[in-house]
Write a protein that binds this ligand. Structure first.
Ligand code: SF4
Length: 331
C-alpha cells in the first residue's frame, strides 16, 4: 500500500474494516475526515486495537453527548487575526494549515481539520507573520493546525526563518503527529528546513508504545541530530493507553527515542468522542500507580483544557502526593 486511505470503501479494500460496516460509515466520513497512512495501516495490522481505535471511524461518532462541544478549546475569542490564537501573554499559536497526515477519531479540532481546509493564503500568512513581529509580548510561537509538518519543506522553512528573525521571538515550537504517523515525511529536505539558529521544540503526538516503529525511530534520530528538542504529548484514551502497563510502555518508549514526555491530556469533549473518555479520577490513579516506579524523566504533566478557552490546568498535583485536587495556575 502506497497511499493514504481516505474513504470507508478504501478501508474495506485494505482489509481494515468489514464490508458490512462501510455503508454506515459513509455518513461519518461526510462529517469527519478519514486518513490512514500506509505506515499506520501496516501498524494496525501489526499492533491491532490500540492503533485501529485511533484512526478507524465508528458509527457512534455521529452521536454528540450533552457535554460535548463543537469547539472545546474555544479558540475563536482569542483569534486576533486569521491563523493566530493568543490565549496566554507570552506565547501564541500559528495555524498555517488544517491538514494532518491522519485524522484521529478523538481530535479536539475534528470539526475544523481536513485535507482541503485551512491553508493560509500568502496574504493571510504574511499578515499573521506581521502580527507576531508587531506583538513584542509574544516570546514563543507554537506552530500547530492541523499538522505543520504537512507543509512542504520550502514553505515551512520560510515560515520558520521569518519567525526566527523576529528579535523578541525566543523559542519556536511545532506540534506534530508526522514523526509517528507518517515518518516518511522526515526527509533530508525537511530536516534542513527545521535546522534553525533558534531553539526549536518539536512536540510529538503519540499515544501508544507501538507507534515508535523503526521508521519513526529513524525520523526521531534525524530530528534530534538536527538540533531539535523533542517533547512528547499524549491523550489519555479508553482502549488505547488506559492501563498502567500501556502508559508505562508509552513513556518509556518516548524516552528511548529521545522524546521527553511533556503533556498527558485529559480528552477534550469534542463531538462523538465519548467512547474514548477516561474519568479524571481514573487517570490520576493510573499516574499515581506509576509514581516511583518509573524515572521522573518519564513523568508528563497531566492536564485538562478548561471551559470557555480558560486554558490548560494541571490535574491532581496534590493527588500525586496522596491527596486529591487540582493545582490552581494555568500552564
Ligand atoms: S494529528 Fe492532531 S490535529 Fe490532526 S487529527 Fe490528530 S489530533 Fe487532530
Amino acid at each position: 500500500m502506497t497511499r493514504t486511505l481516505r474513504t470507508p470503501q478504501e478501508l474495506v479494500d485494505a482489509g481494515l474494516i468489514a464490508p458490512a460496516a462501510a455503508s454506515a460509515l459513509e455518513a461519518v466520513a461526510a462529517r469527519y475526515s478519514i486518513a490512514v497512512t500506509p505506515a499506520m495501516a501496516a501498524l494496525i495490522r501489526e499492533a491491532g486495537a490500540p492503533i485501529a481505535a485511533q484512526y478507524l471511524p465508528e458509527p457512534e461518532e455521529l452521536i454528540t453527548a450533552p457535554h460535548e462541544l463543537e469547539d472545546p478549546t474555544a479558540d475563536a475569542p482569542f483569534t486576533p487575526i486569521k491563523g493566530v490564537v493568543h490565549r496566554y501573554p507570552d506565547r501564541a499559536l500559528l495555524k498555517p494549515l488544517l491538514a494532518c497526515p491522519v485524522y484521529c477519531r478523538f481530535c479536539f479540532r475534528r470539526e475544523a481539520v481536513g485535507p482541503d481546509g485551512g491553508l493560509l493564503s500568502e496574504a493571510e500568512l504574511e499578515a499573521a507573520l506581521d502580527w507576531f513581529a508587531e506583538t513584542p509580548a509574544v516570546r514563543e510561537v507554537i506552530l500547530t493546525g492541523g499538522d505543520p509538518l504537512m507543509l512542504s519543506p520550502r514553505r515551512l522553512g520560510r515560515i520558520l526563518a521569518r519567525l526566527a528573525a523576529i528579535p523578541h521571538i525566543e523559542t519556536l515550537r511545532i506540534h506534530s503527529r508526522v514523526p509517528v504517523a507518517d515518518p516518511g515525511r522526515i526527509t533530508p529536505g525537511m530536516l534542513a528546513a527545521l535546522t534553525l539558529d533558534r531553539p526549536l521544540y518539536l512536540c510529538v503526538h503519540a499515544n501508544h508504545a507501538a507507534e515508535f516503529t523503526p521508521e519513526a525511530a529513524a525520523g526521531l534520530r534525524g530530528l534530534h541530530a538536527a538540533g531539535l528538542v523533542l517533547l512528547g504529548q499524549s491523550v489519555l484514551l479508553r482502549g488505547v493507553n488506559d492501563s498502567e502497563a500501556a502508559l508505562e510502555a508509552l513513556f518509556r518508549a518516548m524516552l528511548r527515542h529521545r522524546v521527553k514526555p511533556y503533556y498527558l491530556h485529559q480528552l477534550d469533549p469534542a463531538p462523538g468522542t465519548a467512547r474514548f473518555h477516561v474519568p479524571v479520577e481514573e487517570g490520576l490513579a493510573l499516574l499515581r500507580a506509576l509514581r516511583g516506579r518509573v524515572t521522573g524523566l518519564a513523568w508528563p504533566s497531566y492536564v485538562q483544557e478548561q471551559p470557555a478557552g480558560a486554558g490548560k490546568m494541571p490535574l491532581g498535583m496534590a493527588g500525586m502526593r496522596g491527596g486529591a485536587g487540582q493545582a490552581r495556575e494555568a500552564v
